[in-house]
Design a protein around this ligand. Structure first.
Ligand code: NAI
Ligand code: MG
Length: 539
């Protein structure tokens, strides 16, 4: 069912007609090129990028309900990864702006209406926001794809609906958060209050800019907190538009502040701020360690971390090879391979290995790479030149360590950051491509003989984010799902991300869980209130 589910999600998105894009939204920099979006069948997309059907309206920081320039007056460029061209200059927040934003969030928490509002009223604002997201879906999707390079149809048909769904899910929680009445040994009335924690600092990455915002902002708001969000420097644009829509939905000023800027300046200032009560981060394990250290060295704010991964995707002997190939392909190549949970170690049983390699290679060769605004395109460019170079370096390392390069291995086209879908076979566990998070369209296929061996090898990594298992045997599925030291096991499916399913890592893949009921604890304090009971009828 799960397999069908992800495929249908992806295929639904791929079959969607872009005729649904409103021509009224067609206000790109060059209107004459704008018509190109209807020219799906030409091969010229990379040479002549399709004009995205959206205008960039918000580039300043959002502090205390107002769009403002950075205190320093500085800006930084936002790029189009299809070409490497600058599409906007965005206010560059640093420590001073973070101070202003935290002060606004503090005031909104200590004195503002938000934490004092009934939970039902808060949920209504979140629901109104979700409705506005639906209304502005095409605009947000176009901006997300323009700035990140992900296929427009993926943004519009899959990620934006998920984004709105996440806020409706958390709106549903807002008025269901409450404490307990606790029995005491003595004559005391004991209650627990589940209180908002205060000012939440949130630092997000560029691979799913809006979805990562929702995973963090949703539970923080449901619990009554205020927020300073630092978006990724590669993808600052959609967070600003979303925050603007939140204001339109009635979110009071200062509740959600957005500071665009770089990690070592704005991000570090937020992580080490003495007046930030909680910090949530998604990104690399390397930066996660820095965040934890900054939190420890400042005010010991609690930290949740969603970090890197090297997820095994295990194809057992009894698997339907065609289905396994398709799912393993999506598990790795989805979002240009830029997923923390990407199935980046494809373990295949020796009895089906040769057949699997042939079919995995054929599937990768069929993958449609091109302009993310072109209908049917499955893969756009990598996010930026740094990631592009990093992925190509890993490909070279795979070749040098004598893995077999089945296909791909080169840049795609001559512009921007496109990379050919790449498949390696004969990969060994000790090769760098089997150990490091590549974060690109590079599938590494490894052979195994039996279940005990694949459990041992799957677990022999510093990461523990997710795993995929492909088998028809329920006993094998049960054995593997309990033995794998990871936060999510997808059995005969992959990348199923409902709002209610908790997500997070074992080992160096992170601390804590996001989504679902488990995420609420990240944004709550528990207070015990103890009162003497005079002459009670019972205890
Ligand atoms: P990163 O972890 O450095 O950046 C993620 C976020 O952290 C961004 O908002 C960035 O500005 C911020 N940041 C960076 N340095 C910081 C610091 N010293 N203090 C506070 N905040 C800081 O990730 P980066 O450099 O963009 O990518 C490097 C690698 O990380 C990728 O190649 C990939 O392997 C991994 N990655 C994993 C992600 C995931 O979803 N788990 C997402 C993005 C990257
Ligand atoms: Mg970094």
């Amino acid at each position: 069912m799960g397999a069908r589910r992800i495929s249908s999600l992806l295929f639904r998105s791929l079959s969607a007609s872009s005729a649904s894009v409103s021509p009224l939204l067609f206000r790109g920099k060059n209107p004459s090129r704008g018509r190109c979006i209807y020219r799906f069948s030409t091969a010229a997309a990379l040479e002549e990028p399709i004009t995205p059907p959206v205008q960039i309206s918000y580039t300043q920081l959002l502090i205390n309900g107002k769009f403002v320039d950075a205190a320093s007056g500085k800006t930084f460029p936002a790029y189009d990864p299809r070409t490497g061209e600058v599409i906007a200059h965005v206010a560059e927040g640093d420590a001073e702006d973070v101070n202003h934003a935290v002060a606004a969030a503090r005031k909104a928490f200590d004195e503002g209406p938000w934490p004092k509002m009934s939970a039902y009223e808060r949920s209504l604002i979140m629901l109104r926001f979700a409705d506005l997201i639906d209304k502005h879906r095409d605009e947000l999707a176009a901006l997300e794809s323009w700035n990140s390079g992900k296929p427009y149809e993926q943004s519009a048909k899959s990620e934006l609906p998920s984004f709105a769904r996440l806020f409706r899910y958390y709106a549903g929680w807002a008025d269901k958060i409450h404490g307990l009445t606790v029995p005491a040994d003595s004559n005391h009335y004991v209650q627990t209050l589940h209180e908002p924690i205060g000012v939440a600092g949130q630092i997000i990455p560029w691979n799913f800019p809006l979805i990562m915002l929702a995973w963090k902002v949703g539970p923080a708001l449901a619990c009554g907190n205020t927020i300073v969000l630092k978006s990724a420097e590669q993808t600052p644009l959609t967070a600003l538009l979303a925050a603007k829509l939140f204001q339109e939905a009635g979110l009071p000023p200062g509740v959600l502040n957005v500071v665009s800027g770089y990690g070592p300046s704005a991000g570090a200032a937020l992580a080490s701020h003495m007046d930030v009560d909680k910090l949530a981060f998604t990104g690399s394990t390397k930066t996660g360690k820095i965040i934890l250290e900054l939190a420890a060295k400042s005010n010991l704010k609690p930290v949740t971390l969603e970090l890197g991964g090297k997820s095994p995707f295990i194809v057992c002997e009894d698997a339907d090879v065609d289905k396994a190939v398709e799912l393993a392909h999506h598990a790795l190549f989805f979002n240009q391979g830029q997923c923390c949970c990407a199935g980046s170690r494809t373990y295949v049983h020796e009895h089906v290995y040769d057949e699997f390699i042939e079919k995995a290679k054929a599937r990768a060769l069929r993958r449609i790479v091109g302009d993310p605004f072109k209908k049917g395109v499955e893969q756009g460019p990598q996010i930026d030149s740094g990631q592009f170079e990093k992925v190509l370096r890993y490909i070279r390392s795979g070749v040098e360590s004598n893995a077999t390069l089945e296909c791909g291995g080169q840049r795609f086209g001559s512009k921007g950051y496109f990379i050919q879908p790449t498949v390696f076979s004969n990969v060994q566990d000790d090769m760098l491509i089997a150990q490091d998070e590549i974060f690109g369209p590079v599938q590494s296929i490894l052979k195994f003989k039996n279940i005990d061996e694949v459990i041992r090898r799957s677990n022999s990594t510093r990461y523990g984010l997710a795993a995929g298992i492909f088998t028809k045997n329920v006993d094998t599925a049960n054995t593997l799902s309990r033995a794998l030291r990871v936060g999510t096991v997808w059995v005969n499916c992959f990348d199923v991300f409902d709002a209610a399913i908790p997500f997070g890592g074992y080992k160096m893949s992170g601390i804590g869980r996001e989504k679902g009921i488990y995420s609420l604890n990240n944004y709550l304090q528990v207070k015990a209130v103890v009162t003497p009971l005079k002459n009670p009828a019972w205890l």
